[in-house]
Design a protein around this ligand. Sequence first.
Ligand SMILES: [Zn+2]
Length: 59
Amino acid sequence: MFGKKPACSNCGNEINAGDLIYVKMQYPRRKGMTEIIAFLKKEGIFICENCFNNREDHH
Ligand SMILES: [Zn+2]
């Protein structure tokens, strides 16, 4: 489905099937799942659960 193997953008760990992940992305201007999938392929940033839970808030 994806051209490259998805990996956590923080620690670089490969995302495995069944892993719980978080995706950081800009919501597309146009509505629809097709648009979202295209965005994910192009500029979706994956964050593994471990990094998401451990990340520090820089607000
Ligand atoms: Zn990670």
